[in-house]
Structure formats: structure tokens, C-alpha cells
Design a protein around this ligand. Structure first.
Ligand code: GDP
Ligand code: MG
Length: 379
């Protein structure tokens, strides 16, 4: 079993000679700060290298500044930020302020064992570009009382990041990288909580190492990871996917929007039939309503860069580009229904679905090569 003591024993065998800066984002962590300083101090004594510890505080006003001052170490600082608040932004500012060639980021809640830092630094020295203190590699673990919801939540979040990196625990807030690599990073977008994932993707790190850790439950205070942050994660992922996969991602989004249009189309068709309207009108109604919902969703997501443009001309362009697709949809559906699927059970739905698929191909081509052509290619 992993315990703090076991981590300390491992430490005794490790010799490193690189100085490192430990960046700790904090928000209302006054209770944990003295313990953090204490753990890092013990690490310094064992390692005999210069470790600086920087708390990046978002103006907690809870006595954190005084707690750091009370410790009275010249290798510990606290930087109080009053603008551009947020976890990732605080970490990035901390990395910029760091003095040493290796950067470590960790939580202030004592859930990350500082005793693993030397192993992480060693991994950086042996060819890794980015090293994660990982819960999900062999030897890694979490405290036992993770409920099903928390476990599932973490598993889904990690799974969604899989196409971006093969790392097992890219959600971790405990990681190490070289300052020189960080300084080269471009267009970092400090949204949300997942700063490790942002760095891995934007820096294009391919050699990502993982050192197993035991992730302890937060010592004091409460988690600041709210539901709102988790929703932001979806937006963050979308940006990273676009960064990584470019046009393919636009196509995928177009398809996802199209799929939602299928649901809308069939839903409206069902309602109109239920209201007693003839099939000819109901088919047309399903197509028209789904066309509007597809337009709105494509404007909002797939081609969101064009959101600032006036909506009416854009809609007309969309209608024009989709007109061929729409006609194809209607013609195919109606022909199938009246000529081929006359007495087939659910024939109207098979006809509508086939019409949708044929119409979609034409819709995509029309939008791809007419309405959103230029911007689309440029990303
Ligand atoms: N500077 C700063 N730190 C934050 C902010 N939100 C959370 N933190 C710190 O970031 C670390 C991770 O947050 P935590 O609440 O432990 O999230 P969890 O580990 O996912 O439950 C902790 O040290 C927090 O104090 C913020 O908005 N600004
Ligand atoms: Mg935490």
C-alpha cells in the first residue's frame, strides 16, 4: 500500500542535481499552507538542491499571506493576483515568475505527494518532455472513499481527452516540465482547470511520462472544482480538438449537428402526422424545422468564427446552399414513399431517413464549397 512513509523511503535512493520551482495555485488554502511548506522543507533537506516554492494566490484574503510570512523562509514566496483570476492563469503566471529550470505544479491540499517530485525530475532528465504525477498507471492509486459518481466523472473526463494524448491521467494537477519548453509555448489559453492537458496539446509534447502517485483526499477545506468548471471543460476540449485536428473537427461537428437535425426532423414529422396533417406536408415540415435548427447550431458551433456576421444574409446563404440538399431530400423521400415503400410498415420513416442521408451529403458540399468556404479552409 502507498503511504507517505513509503514515498519517503523511495526518496532516499534518489539523487538529483537540478534546481526546481514548485508552483502551487491557491485559493483560500490558509489551513494547508503551513503543512505544504513543511513537506517541501523536508524534501529540500533530503535532496540538497534549491527548491523554491511559490504560492499563486487569487486574493484569498484568508490569512494566506501572513501564513507564508510567518514561516519566514527566503525560498518561499506568495504572489497575490488581483486580475484575470483563475486556476490555469495563476499557474501560467507562476511558471513565468519561476527562477529555476524545472517547473512543478501541484495542489495546495496535500493530495499530491511532494516526495514524488525527485522521480518526476529524473524522468524529465531521461528524455521525457512532460511528467505527470499519475493516479492511473500501475502503482498509482486514490484514497478508497471515491464514490461511484466521482470515479465515473473522472473516468469520463479522462476518456474524452484520449484522442488528444495517450497519457493515462492528463487531468492531474501534479506535473513537471522544463522552463525552457514552457517559455516556447504559444497561444496558451488559460481556461478552466485542465492546465496539464492544455500544455501537453499546445506544446505538442509527445514524450509524456507518468510517475505513479497515491492521490490522497484533500486535507483541509473544500474542492474548488465546481460543476461550472466541469462544463467549461467541454468547451476547453472542443478548442483543443480544433487545435489538434483542424478541418476534420469541423467536419465532425457538422456531422454531429446533422445528427441532431435527424432527431428534430423525425420529431417534427411525428408531431405533424399526429396532428393529422397529410404526409406530404409533414415531410416538408420536418425538413424545414430541422433546417433552421441545423443552421443555428452550425452558426453557434461548427462555424462559430462567423457568429459576429449578420444572421439574416447568412441564413439566406445557408438556405441557398442547402436548397439543393433540401430538394434532394424531399424528392428522394417522396419518390421512395410513393413508388417503392408504398405498403411497407414504417415506410414513411425509411423514406424520410433515406432522404435525410442524401440531402445531408448535398448540404455539406454546399456549405463546404459555398457558404463557409474561405474561412473553413483557413480554420
Ligand atoms: N490561484 C487560484 N487557485 C485556485 C483557483 N481555484 C482553485 N485553485 C487551487 O488549485 C488547486 C486545485 O483545486 P482543488 O480545489 O484542489 O481542485 P480538485 O483537486 O480538482 O478538487 C488548489 O490548490 C486550489 O486552491 C483559482 O481560481 N485561483
Ligand atoms: Mg485538489
Amino acid at each position: 500500500m502507498h503511504t507517505e512513509n513509503k514515498d519517503r523511503e523511495d526518496l532516499a535512493h534518489i539523487v538529483i542535481n537540478t534546481n526546481a520551482s514548485i508552483i502551487v495555485p491557491t485559493y483560500k488554502e490558509v489551513q494547508n499552507i503551513p503543512f505544504m511548506i513543511d513537506r517541501i522543507q523536508r524534501l529540500r533537506e533530503t535532496l540538497k538542491v534549491d527548491l523554491e516554492l511559490i504560492f499563486m494566490d487569487d486574493d484569498s484574503r484568508d490569512g494566506s499571506v501572513e501564513a507564508v510570512a510567518r514561516a519566514g523562509f527566503d525560498w518561499v514566496r506568495i504572489i497575490v493576483r488581483t486580475e484575470n483570476r483563475g486556476l490555469s492563469a495563476a499557474v501560467i503566471d507562476g511558471f513565468r515568475a519561476a527562477r529555476h529550470p524545472i517547473l512543478i505544479c501541484m495542489d495546495c491540499d496535500l493530495s499530491h505527494p511532494p516526495e514524488k517530485i525527485p522521480q518526476m525530475i529524473l524522468a524529465l532528465g531521461s528524455g521525457q518532455q512532460f511528467v505527470i504525477g499519475s493516479r492511473y498507471v500501475p502503482g498509482g492509486s486514490t484514497d478508497d472513499d471515491w464514490g461511484l459518481f466521482r470515479w465515473l466523472n473522472s473516468a469520463v473526463a479522462t476518456l474524452l481527452a484520449r484522442p488528444l494524448t495517450s497519457a493515462r491521467d492528463p487531468m492531474s494537477g501534479f506535473f513537471a516540465l522544463r522552463k525552457a519548453d514552457f517559455d516556447r509555448a504559444q497561444d496558451l489559453n488559460p481556461v478552466g482547470y485542465k492546465i496539464a492537458l492544455e500544455l501537453i496539446v499546445k506544446c505538442g509534447f509527445e514524450n509524456v511520462g507518468e510517475v505513479p502517485i497515491h492521490f490522497a483526499n484533500r486535507a483541509h477545506g473544500e474542492s474548488k472544482l465546481t460543476l461550472r468548471e466541469q462544463l467549461k471543460y467541454i468547451q476547453h476540449l472542443r478548442r483543443l480538438y480544433i487545435h489538434q485536428f483542424g478541418n476534420a473537427m469541423h467536419f465532425l461537428q457538422f456531422m454531429v449537428v446533422g445528427a441532431s437535425g435527424v432527431v428534430v426532423n423525425l420529431g417534427v414529422l411525428t408531431i405533424l402526422l399526429w396532428l393529422g396533417l397529410p404526409e406530404t406536408v409533414s415531410l416538408a415540415g420536418g425538413i424545414l424545422v430541422s433546417l433552421v435548427s441545423n443552421f443555428l447550431l452550425n452558426r453557434r458551433f461548427t462555424f462559430s468564427y462567423a457568429r459576429e456576421n449578420a444572421i439574416l444574409p447568412q441564413f439566406l446563404g445557408f438556405l441557398g446552399a442547402s436548397a439543393v440538399g433540401m430538394a434532394v431530400n424531399y424528392a428522394v423521400a417522396l419518390t421512395l414513399r410513393t413508388q417503392v415503400l408504398v405498403d411497407v410498415p414504417y415506410g414513411i420513416y425509411i423514406a424520410a431517413l433515406t432522404g435525410i442521408v442524401c440531402g445531408m451529403v448535398f448540404n455539406f458540399l454546399g456549405n463546404r464549397y459555398l457558404v463557409f468556404r474561405k474561412r473553413y479552409v483557413e480554420k
